[in-house]
Structures are given as C-alpha cells and as structure tokens.
Design a protein around this ligand. Structure first.
Ligand code: ATP
Ligand code: MG
Length: 429
C-alpha cells in the first residue's frame, strides 16, 4: 500500500546519505488496518539538500520550509526533523508558540508531533518501526494520547483539539482521559487561530466519512460553539440538528462512494439555521420581502461567521445561490421551472431542498421536493397541487403565478394564438 513515489523518495534520500522515514497519518493508518490517504516523509536532510536530489522539488512555507516532491500526480511532503520546543520559544499570552523553525534530531522530531500514534517512523532500511513515544502500545489498545503534558500541548497549538476529535473517530479509538480532560476548558483558545486555517480544519473534521460523529464530538467538548457560535445556539432545536446531521451524512456517503463533495454545500448547511432565523427577524422587524430578507440575512450571517472561520469567496458565492434558490424553487410556473433546471446551481439547490424535506414534519416542503424530483424525471412538468402555496411576492414582473401555480391570465392572453409548448399550456391540477 506504500505508493511508488514514497518509496522512490525514501530510497533517493537514503542513497544520498541521509536518514529518511515514513511518518504520520500514513504509517498510523496502515498499522491500524485502514487505507492511508498519503504519506509524509521526515528526513535529516535540509531543504536545500533535498532540492539537490529531486528535480521536481519545490520549497514551500516561509518560516518552516517544507519540500514538495512530485512524481506524476503524486506530491510528497518531505519535512526536515524539527527541533524541540523549549521555554526559549516566543509565545503569545495564551501559550501559543509563535515562531518555531529550528531543525532537530529524529528523537526531537518525534516528541514535537501531536499524538503518540502519529509519531511512528517506518524505516525502509530494515522494515522496522521506530517508536519513541509509546505509539505502538496505544495503537494496540485503541488509545489516542497526546504526547507530553496535554494542556501545554493544546496551548502550543489549539488546533490539536480538533485533531483529537477527528483522529479518534477516524480510528475508532477512545481519547485517553488525560488527553480529553482539558479540551472543554481550553476550547475558547480556538479564537486565537487564524480564521483561514480554521476553514481548512473544519473541512477536514466535517467533510469526511466520520462527519456526523465528529459534529457530536465537537459539540460535546464545546468546540463547535467556538467555530460556529450562531449555529450552535440553535441546535437545541432538534430539527436543526437533524438537518445538519443529514447534510453531513449525505457528504459522508458521497465520499464513501468516491463522488465529489462541495465545501459550499456543506457550509451552506452549517449556516442555514442562523440564516433562517435572520430571515424571520428581518421580515418581522423590517417588513422585507422574502428574497430581500434572504439576501441580507446571507450577507450578515456569512460576514459574522467569517470572523471565526474564513469562508473564501469562491465558496460563499455559491452558498448564497443555494440559499436564494430555496425561494425560487417554490415558484413553479412552467417557464420558470424550466429555466431554473438549467441553472448551474440547480442540482445543489435541489439536493439542499431534499435534505430540508427529509427532516420531516413539513408537508409543504415534502410536496415541493417531490414535485422537483418528478419534474426532472419526466418530460412534462408535474401539476402543482393546491397545498403548496408559492410565496410569489418576489416574482419578476410579468412572470406571476396565482396561488395554485396557474400562470396568470395576462400571460396566457398574451400567448393566445401563439405557439404553445405542452408544458406551458398545462393547467395546474
Ligand atoms: P490525516 O492525513 O489522516 O488527516 P495526519 O495525522 O497525517 O492525518 P497531517 O495534517 O497530514 O495529519 O499531519 C501529518 C503529521 O504531522 C501528523 O501525523 C503529526 O505527526 C504531525 N502534525 C500535524 N499537525 C500537527 C500539530 N498541529 N501538532 C503537532 N504535530 C502535528
Ligand atoms: Mg497526513
């Protein structure tokens, strides 16, 4: 299961006279019986020395330089052993290490890593595992244990709290009690982490096969509240929680089937509860039409969320579209319905609607979702039943529908004598 690129890199470094080991999640997953995602390589060669050995090597990172070595599609991360963190290192007032770019020995590198099972080195020279921190024993007993003093290690880098939840669930390991204990107290330290880094970490922890379990873990330890405070406030309502779990489960199933998943869809789901709440508030207090309320709510909720977790524009734009289309999907005149189905975001918006309908207890949503399902399956658009009353106050001029979804008279009169397509002429049932 070790990739050809990994082996080539290890042997090239060894033949160049350097130490080189496979380390990290790849070794851990192999030993735990999972299929590794990728392998990281640790070496005593410095970046410039690595660069001399590999033509395809690129150096990345400004402070602590990492080498990216390419073999075809494979990109390997080669990292020089890091030195121990000491009291001499600069920290902020919470204990977070600010600068650390010293090189070190293999042993120092091991103690710098987060969990014991992440600090196992595979040596190609004799096919052995080097274990300074007791990782092999912890693998055997299914224990995720932070190396060193847990509180100190979380303070050095609070993202380790998110990694603890994620890796424990991935391996089906239990968190060692000393590793679990400080998390609830230290969860607020996540506020110190740059919002852009948290965006990546949130995807790793929620857009994966264990997303549902991870959400549960994040909530138990008070971590979710730090990431999405506005959403967390609303999860006391079972329906919001059910909706989020459905969205996460849906992504997980797609990942398991090797289907693509989109961060925009996931983040749209994560922020949907506060968006809905804000829409209701704006309609009540400002008397906004629903589409205007939606637009403004989206703007405000995204802006507030980005203070914690920075959502890049390329995702926040489609998120807004998915939300806006939840309204447009209620408007089912034949012309609009057909136009909507060709919208690039239609599929995502429809999937989102399906999830909303699956939460249950809303006959109107269920009817709507079912209608769109049938609309895509058959040539003719299905009739719109009277139970679904589209909220058409936001309609474009000349495109209005009556409450039953029948095209308004003016429009039909305009078409009299003209060519009609079958769907447009169909009266609503
Ligand atoms: P996966 O790749 O399955 O998500 P991983 O453990 O390999 O999990 P990476 O982010 O790829 O995660 O990190 C590779 C290795 O680098 C880890 O196994 C660990 O040894 C070390 N590492 C990563 N993040 C940290 C951290 N915040 N503190 C200390 N060591 C870390
Ligand atoms: Mg990894």
């Amino acid at each position: 299961m070790i990739s050809p690129g990994t082996l080539k890199t290890l042997y090239t470094l060894k033949d160049g006279g350097y130490q080189a080991y496979m380390v990290g999640g790849g070794v851990r997953d192999l030993l735990a019986g999972l299929t590794p995602k990728d392998f990281d390589i640790a070496t005593d060669a410095h970046p410039e020395q690595v660069k001399k050995l590999f033509r395809s090597c690129r150096l990345v990172g400004r402070r602590f330089v990492i080498c990216h070595v390419r073999f075809g599609h494979e990109v390997l991360e080669v990292t020089t052993f890091r030195g121990a963190i000491t009291d001499m290192h600069a920290r902020d007032e919470t204990g977070r290490v600010l600068v650390d770019n010293d090189y070190g020995s293999l042993e120092e590198d091991a103690f710098r890593r987060d969990f014991t099972v992440n600090a196992l080195y595979y040596d190609i020279r004799d096919y052995s595992i080097i274990d300074y921190c007791g990782g092999v024993d912890d693998l055997k007993t299914g224990t995720l244990r932070l190396i060193g003093d847990p509180e100190l290690r979380y303070r050095e880098d609070p993202v380790r709290m998110l990694r603890a939840v994620r890796i424990a669930n991935k391996l089906h390991f239990r968190l060692e009690p000393g590793t679990a204990a400080p998390i609830s107290k230290l969860a607020p330290l996540l506020a110190e982490i740059p919002a852009a880094r948290l965006f990546d970490e949130v995807l790793k922890v929620l857009m994966c096969r264990e997303g549902v379990d991870n959400l549960y873990g994040l909530r138990v330890y008070g971590l979710f509240r730090q990431l999405f405070p506005a959403t967390d406030e609303m999860l006391g309502d079972e329906r919001h929680l059910a909706f989020l779990n459905l969205a996460l489960g849906n992504s997980a199933d797609r990942i398991a089937q090797d289907q693509p998943v989109s961060p925009a869809f996931l983040y749209a789901a994560l922020l949907w509860p506060p968006v809905q709440r804000r829409v209701r508030q704006l309609r009540a207090s400002e008397g906004h039409a629903e589409s205007l309320a939606m637009e403004q709510a989206a703007e405000e909720v995204i802006a507030r969320a980005c203070a914690r977790v920075a959502i890049p524009k390329r995702f926040s734009m489609p998120m807004r579209e998915i939300w806006a289309m939840q309204l447009r999907l209620t408007q089912r005149t034949p012309a609009r319905a057909r136009r909507l189905m060709t919208h690039p975001r239609f599929r995502a918006a429809y999937d989102f609607l399906l999830l909303r309908a699956r939460v249950g207890a809303d006959a109107v949503l269920e009817e709507l979702a079912d209608w769109w399902t049938r609309a895509q399956q058959q040539d003719e658009l299905p009739p719109v039943t009277a139970t679904a009353s589209p909220d058409d106050e936001d309609g474009e001029p000349g495109d209005e529908v009556s409450p039953e979804g029948v095209p308004a008279r003016r429009k039909r009169r305009r078409r009299r004598g003209g060519r009609r397509t079958s769907g447009e002429a169909a009266p609503a049932g």
